[in-house]
Structure formats: C-alpha cells, structure tokens
Write a protein that binds this ligand. Structure first.
Ligand code: DX5
Ligand code: ZN
Length: 216
C-alpha cells in the first residue's frame, strides 16, 4: 500500500487557517492532522474544539486528531462531534487504555495510540490487537520544527515486525521532523502515514511539498 500524507496544521498561518485547509483539500494529501495541546501533557497550548468545529466546515479530508492532553477519554464525544476519522491518544496519558480505545471505536472513530520517543513498543504487546493505528512520535510532542530523532527508524522496523508477527494490519504513523530525507527513511522502515508540519506549511509551495512526499 502506498503511504499516506497527513499535513499538520500546526505549522500553518493561524491568521489564515481556512486558506491552509483549502490548500490541503486540493492537494494529494490523504488526511489533515490536527494537534490539540493542553499545556499540561505537553509544555505548549495549540487550539481546541471551537477551532476544530470551525475547520470541520471547510475540511474535505479525513481529520486525524492528535490529542496531546491528559485524560483524553473525557473528550471522546467532542472529538466525535468534530467528525474526526481518527482519534489519537497518548499511551502515557491513559490509565485505562483498553477502555478508552473501546470507547473511541464505540463513538464511531478509528482508534490511534501514540507513543512518546522514550516509550517502548513492547508496551503495546497487549493492546495492539485492538488499535487501528500506532502513532510514533519522532520528536518530543509539543512543538513543530524540531529535529527528527533517528532512533525512530529502528523503532518503526521493530513495530512493523510486531504487527506482522501477530498477523495484524495496524497502521503506523510517524509524526515530527519529517522532510524528504527523513520521510524516505520512514517509508523504507515501514511507515504507512507521514505527518508533516513545517516541511509542508513553511515551504514556498505546500502543494508541491505534499506531492513530493507522496511520490517518495
Ligand atoms: C508535535 C506535533 C506534530 C507537529 C509536527 O507535537 O504532534 O504534529 O506539527 O511538526 P513538524 O513536521 O514541523 O515537526
Ligand atoms: Zn501531531
């Protein structure tokens, strides 16, 4: 399967979010990645549900919502109301992850589990059969524009192996520090979806940047 591209709106011009979404709509992007931060789980605050609800009116791509917040299970119905396709919760933020994953699916969304760079994939051993996607952070979450953590390559190879050994079809998404070089390494390592913020929205031609990533 050809890899998917999910541009992250975090790096877009916040004075022109509609314009950014329309660029994504008309591009070869597969999903739109939306980063919600609470200032507690991560040392930054981005945007919340009022912004997501406004974006839903103009967004034509499936929304891939990445919640960098504590106790994300409290917001499942609000994420569902936005019309999200995928709801990503952090492993580190969920005490009852099995229950949370079930509730996300019950609400009609795909369930994604996200791992911080230091969180080992071995912790997924008894939950991976229930999740639709694993999102591996290739930077520490909270900010765009950080350098890619090279260890993610080996981590992705091992995760792919775990998925294959179990006979699953769980998707692997990579988020942070992706450019043409690191994105290529991730595709080769087995990534199914690439999130790109700065590489897309800080470039002179976001449509071309998305195309170039898609062609890898
Ligand atoms: C970081 C976010 C990322 C971010 C990636 O906490 O989860 O989605 O937008 O930005 P770049 O691609 O600039 O590293
Ligand atoms: Zn993200």
């Amino acid at each position: 399967m050809k890899h998917k591209i999910a541009p992250s709106l975090l790096a877009a011009d916040f004075l022109n979010l509609q314009r950014a979404v329309e660029i994504v709509n008309k591009s070869e992007a597969d999903w739109l990645h939306l980063d919600v931060m609470d200032g507690v789980f991560v040392p930054n605050i981005s945007f919340g549900f009022s912004v997501l609800n406004a974006l839903k009116e103009v967004c034509l791509k499936p929304m891939d919502v990445h919640l960098m917040i504590v106790e994300p299970q409290r917001f499942i119905s609000q994420v569902a109301d936005v019309g999200a396709y995928m709801m990503n919760v952090h492993y580190e933020a969920c005490t009852h992850l099995h229950r949370t994953v079930a509730a996300i699916k019950e609400a009609g969304m795909k369930a994604g589990v996200t791992l911080n760079p230091h969180t080992p994939i071995s912790l997924l051993e008894d939950i991976i059969q229930d999740v639709d996607m694993v999102l591996l952070m290739s930077v520490n979450p909270g900010f765009g524009g950080q350098p890619f953590i090279m260890h993610t390559i080996d981590k992705t190879v091992r995760l792919k192996e775990m998925i294959r050994n179990k006979g699953l079809d769980t998707m692997i998404e990579i988020d942070g520090g992706l450019n043409m070089e690191t994105a290529k390494q991730m595709v080769d390592a087995g990534a199914d979806i690439l999130v790109a913020g700065s590489f897309v929205f800080k470039s002179a031609d976001p449509t071309k940047a998305i195309h170039d990533l898609k062609m890898l």
